[in-house]
Structures are given as structure tokens and as C-alpha cells.
Design a protein around this ligand. Structure first.
Ligand SMILES: Cc1ncc(COP(=O)(O)O)c(C=O)c1O
Length: 448
């Protein structure tokens, strides 16, 4: 009996929804227990970079497990963790390479938590105990644990927990399509970046420790990249106020936007980078915090002990999966594939541009978003209740294409988009299937 027709002991994401059971993966495809094949146009949630069902990753994990599956990080290091840390630093922005360190976690939220606490302790080590607030941006997502929620600006995901999370300050996103200042780039002179400066000047910057942001906003804005000059201005403002720059590259890291880290598109040199998702391509739960040498040095010269930790951090089997994924990316030159494959996907989507309800197709590499609007000329969004993004997802599913829908890109409530983040191995004919499913979905949802 398929799980679509029986009850489940799992506490599902949505207790009213029936979920098919995924039993196999093959490249860009997921196969359920009833034999249905789904094209994974979003890499699930921008996770599956190398594709599904790569048996050698499992073999590498089994091999590591047979040697040593677990050794507690209070007592041991492991070879796969050391090796993966070195590999991640080698592709990070240059300043990480001479003395940077990597803290492995079990995912993105833990990476955000770690960065928040690391930043706080850095300022204690640096004898600036007043600094603890982490300023971030509206319409952003940094994870689901309470610390990560406090920096997230995703209104819907924060709302139920609002009384439980501190408000350290959220400034404007960099989002030209719905500019929060109603300005146009470049005449705006980066008003969104200057919003951080204004906020810091007005809100006791001596208590602020860091600014945390996604260089390309994934789930919340639907693949909205920073504009030229933005990250440089942000870095300048942070340096001026003596606070750290934290780039959340949980979604964009490890090649998804066409560079190893999206920061490299603009030469940004963050003090801390968060990554996750693609680092083990979904084969193991893994995240990472990259720490720049000068931050490491403050700990080395100070207490040397980071008061933080997870039982499963730097897990030998998870990091073995990370190494095997890296091997696969390198052996199949998949990093190099992202930019041309992203262009192929964009070309396939191009005919949709003229649809009256397609506001914008945007993104970088294989992280792309399609935003739907009620009125193209004014960019007016649909009301939230219309549930457009979810309806588009459902319609595309009829064509067996999996999309990642999102709502709230305009003001936290209104604004509908779908995120596309297929595996790096996506073929032109699969890009066409995605475009065809979207065309079908547009026709179905907007036919009335
Ligand atoms: C930018 C960003 N940061 C953090 C997270 C949280 O990662 P995780 O779900 O692995 O905890 C996500 C997840 O979607 C993300 O997109």
C-alpha cells in the first residue's frame, strides 16, 4: 500500500497533507513507491547539487562508518573532517586560506546558531563585551532554531514565535524589483546599503556585533542577487562601525551560483561564511561555518575555548559524504557546468517572460526564481490569500515537476515566486520540461 493511502506515525510538516514515499533517486529525478517519476527542478530546497542516487557517495559513507563512525570532538579529530575543512577553505575567498578554520555542523540552522555565538564570544575575547546584537535584513531566512529565527526576516516563519525571539534589528533588503525605497538602480546610490549605516547610527552601534545577510536571497525573495556595489558598501559600513560581516551562503555555497561561494561574484571578504545544503548534496546532514583567520586569532590569543558544541559536529560519516561529493564535483567538472547550465535554463524560461503574470525571472547560475505579479506594469502582487505560488507548484506537479514555492517577497506577506535550483547535472531537455511545466501551470492558474 502506498503512503498516499495510509496513516503515518511521522509528525509530518503538514498533518493534513498526504505525502508520497520517495524510494529512489536517479540524477534529477525522484521516484515514489507507486513508480511515479518527479523532475526535481529545485534540488528539493537547493540541496541536491550532484543529483540523486550517486552510489559512490553511499559507499564512501559506508567505508568511513566501517572504520570509525563516531568519535566525540572533545576527544578526537577525524580524517574526513580535517580533509573536508581544507577543501572548503581552498575554494573560499582568498583571505580564508591562510589560517582560516571550519566548524562543521549538522545543517544550516546550526551553522547560523554557531556563527551568532562565535561572534558574541569573539567580541568577549577582543575585550568588547558590549557587542552582542546581530543585525540582519527583512525578507531573509537564516534557519529555524530560535537564534536563527531571531536574525531571520521571513515574516511568516517568524510570526508564531515572535514573543520568544529577540529583535536585534532588520534593515532593508537589496531588492531592486520591489525597491523598499521606490528608487531605481544605480540612481538610488545604494540606499538599501546605506540603510544599514543609518540603522547603526540610530540604534546604539556599540552593542552590535555583526551584520548577517544572504548575498543572493534564496527562499524568501526567490533568488534575488545583490547589485554591483552593494556588498562593497556593506563591508565598508561594517568596518567603519567595527562589526563583523557574516555571509549566509547556506543555499548559495559550494558552487550553486556559478562561483564556489556567491561572495566571490563581488569580491566580498566576509569574516564568517555559513554554508550547508549542497556541501553534502543531501547525502548527509551537514553544514559549515568558515571562520576568517583574524577571528580565529582572537580565540587563540584569548581563552582558546569556544563555549559551544554539538554532539554530532564534524561527524566523520557526514564529512566523508562531503568529501565524496567534492570528489564527484571535481571528477565530473560540475562546478564549471553551473554557469552554462544556468544559461540553458534561463533560455528555456525566456518565452515565459512575456506572460502577463510573470513579473521577473532572476537569479545567478542554477539558483533562479520566477516571480508572479497581478499587474506587470506596476509589479503589483497578488493578495496573499490567492496562494498563487502554491497553486503554481500544484499545477506543475501535474506535469511531474517539483518546484519550491515562496510567498512574501514584496512585504513579508504579498509576493509569489517559485525557486528553481536543479542539480548541476541538469540536461537541456530537462530544462525544457521545467519550462513546459511552468507554462502549463501559468495557463492553468491564470486561465479564469
Ligand atoms: C539562506 C539559508 N540559511 C539557513 C538555512 C537553514 O538551513 P537548514 O534548513 O539546513 O537548517 C536555510 C534553509 O533553507 C537557508 O536557505
Amino acid at each position: 500500500m502506498s503512503t498516499a493511502t495510509r496513516s503515518t506515525p511521522l509528525f509530518s510538516r503538514n498533518l493534513r497533507k498526504q505525502y508520497p514515499t520517495a524510494v529512489r533517486g536517479e540524477g534529477c529525478w525522484i521516484i515514489s513507491d507507486d513508480g511515479r517519476r518527479y523532475l526535481d527542478a529545485s534540488g528539493q530546497a537547493a540541496v541536491v547539487n550532484i543529483g540523486h542516487g550517486v552510489a559512490q557517495i553511499g559507499r564512501a559513507m559506508a567505508e568511513q562508518s566501517g572504520k570509525i563512525a563516531f568519535a566525540h570532538t572533545t576527544q578526537f579529530h577525524s580524517e574526513p573532517a580535517e580533509k573536508l575543512a581544507a577543501r572548503v577553505l581552498a575554494i573560499a575567498p582568498k583571505h580564508f586560506r591562510n589560517g582560516g578554520r571550519v566548524y562543521f555542523t549538522c545543517g544550516g540552522s546550526e551553522a547560523t546558531e554557531t556563527a551568532i555565538k562565535l561572534t558574541r564570544q569573539y567580541f568577549l575575547e577582543a575585550k568588547q563585551p558590549s557587542r552582542y546584537r546581530i543585525v540582519s535584513r527583512k525578507q531573509s531566512y537564516h534557519g529555524s532554531t530560535l537564534g536563527a529565527m531571531s536574525v531571520s526576516g521571513n515574516v511568516g516563519r517568524r510570526a508564531p514565535y515572535a514573543p520568544m525571539i529577540p529583535e536585534w534589528g532588520h534593515v532593508a533588503p537589496c531588492f531592486c524589483y520591489h525597491c523598499p525605497f521606490d528608487k531605481t538602480y544605480p540612481e538610488c546610490n545604494l540606499a538599501c546599503a546605506d540603510d544599514l549605516d543609518a540603522f547603526l547610527r540610530a540604534n546604539d552601534s556599540s552593542s552590535v556585533a555583526a551584520f548577517l545577510f544572504e548575498p543572493v536571497v534564496g527562499a524568501t525573495l526567490g533568488a534575488a542577487p545583490a547589485v554591483e556595489g552593494y556588498t562593497a558598501r556593506i563591508a565598508e559600513i561594517c568596518r567603519k562601525h567595527g562589526i563583523l560581516v557574516i555571509a549566509d551562503e547556506v543555499m548559495t555555497g559550494i558552487g550553486r551560483t556559478g562561483k564556489p561561494f556567491a561572495s566571490a561574484h563581488w569580491g566580498l571578504e566576509p569574516d564568517i561564511i555559513l554554508t550547508g545544503k549542497g556541501i553534502a548534496s543531501g547525502y548527509a546532514p551537514l553544514g559549515a561555518v568558515l571562520v576568517a583567520p583574524h577571528v580565529v586569532e582572537a580565540f587563540e590569543k584569548g581563552s582558546a575555548v569556544f563555549t559551544h558544541g554539538f554532539t554530532y559536529q564534524a561527524h566523520p560519516v557526514a564529512t566523508a559524504a562531503g568529501n565524496a561529493v567534492f570528489d564527484y564535483l571535481e571528477a565530473h567538472t560540475l562546478f564549471e557546468r553551473v554557469t552554462p547550465a544556468g544559461q540553458t535554463l534561463r533560455n528555456a524560461l525566456a518565452p515565459l517572460d512575456s506572460h502577463p503574470q510573470v513579473g521577473q525571472v532572476r537569479g545567478l547560475g542554477l539558483l533562479q526564481g520566477v516571480e508572479f505579479v497581478k499587474e506587470k506594469s506596476t509589479r503589483e502582487p497578488f493578495p496573499k490569500e490567492a496562494g498563487i505560488a502554491e497553486r503554481i507548484r500544484q499545477a506543475a506537479l501535474e506535469k511531474n515537476v517539483l518546484l519550491y514555492p515562496g510567498q512574501g517577497c514584496v512585504d513579508g506577506a504579498r509576493g509569489d515566486h517559485v525557486l528553481l535550483a536543479p542539480p548541476f547535472i541538469i540536461m537541456p531537455e530537462e530544462c525544457q520540461l521545467i519550462a513546459d511545466a511552468l507554462r502549463y501551470a501559468l495557463a492553468k492558474v491564470f486561465s479564469a
